[in-house]
Structures are given as C-alpha cells and as structure tokens.
Design a protein around this ligand. Structure first.
Ligand code: NDP
Length: 302
C-alpha cells in the first residue's frame, strides 16, 4: 500500500474560503466585520513572521485586523492593560497573544486575562475545561488540534467509533487537546509520552496515529499499522548539507517515506498540519464573532 498524501494546504484553502464567505455574510447581519487583534511582545524573528502571516490572512478574509507590536521590555501590567482594552472593544472578536512571551511575563496570567469568548487560540482555562468536559460545541478549540481533527475526518470519514487512536505527546497545546477531541468523536484513545514503554509496539496498534513530539523522524515505518491514518504535527529543522553548506530543511516527527509504505493516508511536512493552524485561527475568529453576536455557530466540517 502507498499512502494517500493529505494535502493540508488545499484543505486549509477550503477553510479560509469558508471563513471569508462567512465573514462577508457576518458583515451584512452584524454591520461590521469580524475583528482579530494579534499581540506581539519583543522581536523574536520567528514570532514576527507568524504574527505578520496571521494579520495578513485576517485581512484577506475581510476581517478587521489589528497588530499590536510591543517592545521586549514591556511590563506584564502594560500587556494586561492592552488585553483589558481589547476585551472591552466590541469590534474585536479574537485576541491572540503570540507565545512565547519574553522576560518575566507570566504567560499563564496573560492568557487567563483574555475574555474566553475572544480566546481564538483556545488556551484560556474556560475553553480548556469545556473541551476536557466534552462541551466542544461551546468552546473555542485550539487551532492546531482543530486542524488535526479536520484532516483526520477527511481521511477517515466522520465516525471514529471503535478506532484506536494513539497520540504521541501530551502538551497542553497539541497532544492533550487532540486526545480529548478524538475521545469526543468516540475513538479509543491512548496518550503516549517520553515515559511510555515500547512506543513502536503501541504505535503499531493505532488506526489513527498522531505524532506531536518534536523529534525528527522518530516514528519509523515499522511503527505504523497497515492502513493507519498518520498525522504528523512535528516541525523540526535539521541540517541539509545536500542543499549546500549551512542549509537546513523541515521534517516532521514521522519518517514519511517509510510510513507511506503502510499507512492509508499521511500528512507531509511541510504542507500538512502547518497550514491548517492559521486557517483554524481564521475559522475561530469567525466563530467567536458569530457566538458573540448571538448568531448560530458556523460549521467548519468540510
Ligand atoms: P512539547 O515539547 O510541548 O511536547 C512534546 C511532547 O512529546 C511531550 O509530551 C513529551 O513527553 C513528548 N516526547 C518528547 N520526546 C519524546 C520521546 N522520545 N518519546 C515519546 N514522547 C516524547 O511540544 P508541542 O506539543 O508544543 O509540539 C510538538 C511538535 O509539534 C513540535 O515539533 C512542534 O514544533 C510542532 N507543532 C506544530 C504546530 C503546527 O502548526 N504544525 C503547532 C504546534 C506545535 P513528556 O511530556 O513526557 O516530556
């Protein structure tokens, strides 16, 4: 068997097209566009690129898009004051504070200060709790896990009942929420992490395997069950001397070339989960705008 490659870029384009259409309809019913505010503290080059891309995509979707760039020595009090101002701005539906935050700023305190109804990153304890208690219909779901679920649904059909899903990684931003969303869809879920024994054997039992560990090509071909759907969340930069001195390339947590021999469908890196993250941010902003305006929650199932 050679796996179908799941085209995350194409699926992300569909999500963004839907967000754009819904944004246009929202303007007609609410008299204003959905609003997204992205906050960057400091000058981390990678964060600058992420924030610029998010703001640009929001504009392309027809949103009101605000970018707040604060110096690296911004105090926690000043950042909290900005969050409070954005919480109180009726034209802003989504607030995203780019992580990591520099210096002594307590990111937990900042994320908790965001109005849960505007928490388009889905990291506020209220949204975390709603997802943990199975109330995803009322929650804003973190972007990468939400994107992972759309890709899984596309590859498996909507029902995951009776399927064994193994999630490698237990971080709060990927592993845990992905596992909870899979559970919500009636999969039988195993969460594995750095203390798990015999990962290869566990992975070989997975009908759906989600790798989110941050270890280049850790999941080898012989870890994959025949016919499994493999979702590779990992983004790892490794040296690529074949491209020239000092060059690098991105690889996932899965040895894709090997896993393809057995999987039925697999996400590539890059071009798999990555593009879905920003698309789901747009989806979450439209969703937040609808919910805050008392409109029915839009459906982003493709
Ligand atoms: P974290 O470092 O927060 O978590 C990694 C998890 O993997 C931990 O639970 C850790 O276990 C586990 N782990 C680490 N090494 C091993 C090992 N050898 N065997 C088994 N488990 C292991 O990472 P994130 O969840 O934030 O991100 C994971 C990957 O996904 C990264 O490559 C990141 O770049 C990528 N990512 C991609 C996104 C995208 O948009 N495509 C978005 C977010 C992340 P333990 O808890 O025991 O330490």
């Amino acid at each position: 068997m050679t796996a179908a490659i799941i085209d995350g870029k194409a699926v992300a384009r569909e999500v963004i097209a839907r967000a754009t259409t819904l944004s246009g309809a929202f303007v007609k019913s609410a008299g204003r566009p959905p609003g997204l505010a992205v906050v960057l503290v400091g000058e981390d080059p990678a964060s600058q690129v992420y924030v610029r891309n998010k703001s640009r995509e929001a504009e392309a979707c027809g949103f009101r898009s605000e970018q707040h760039s604060l110096p690296a020595d911004t105090s926690q009090a000043d950042l909290l004051a900005l969050v409070a101002r954005l919480n109180g701005d009726p034209g802003i539906d989504g607030i995203l504070v780019q992580l990591p935050l520099p210096g002594d700023i307590d990111s937990g305190a900042v994320l908790t200060a965001i109005d849960p109804a505007k928490d388009v990153d889905g990291f506020h304890p209220v949204n975390v709790g709603l997802i943990a208690s199975g109330e995803t219909a009322r929650a804003l779901v973190p972007c990468t896990p939400a994107g992972v679920m759309i890709l899984i649904e596309g590859a498996t059909g909507r029902s995951l009942a009776g399927r064994h899903a193994v999630v490698l990684g237990r971080s709060n931003i990927v592993g845990k929420p992905v596992a909870q969303l899979l559970l919500q869809r009636d999969a039988t879920v195993t969460i594995a992490h750095s203390r798990t024994h015999d990962l290869p054997e566990l992975c070989r039992q997975a009908d759906v395997l989600v790798a989110a560990v941050g270890r280049p090509r850790m999941v080898r071909g012989d870890w994959v069950k025949e016919g499994a759907v493999v979702i590779d969340v990992g983004v790892n930069r490794i040296p690529a001397p074949e491209r020239g001195e000092g060059k690098t390339r991105l690889v996932g947590d899965v040895a894709t070339d090997e896993a393809m021999e057995l999987a039925s469908a697999i996400t590539p890196v890059p071009g798999g989960v990555g593009p879905m993250t920003i698309a789901m941010l747009m989806a979450n902003t439209v969703t937040a705008a609808h919910l805050r305006s008392g409109l029915r929650r839009p459906d982003f199932t493709l």
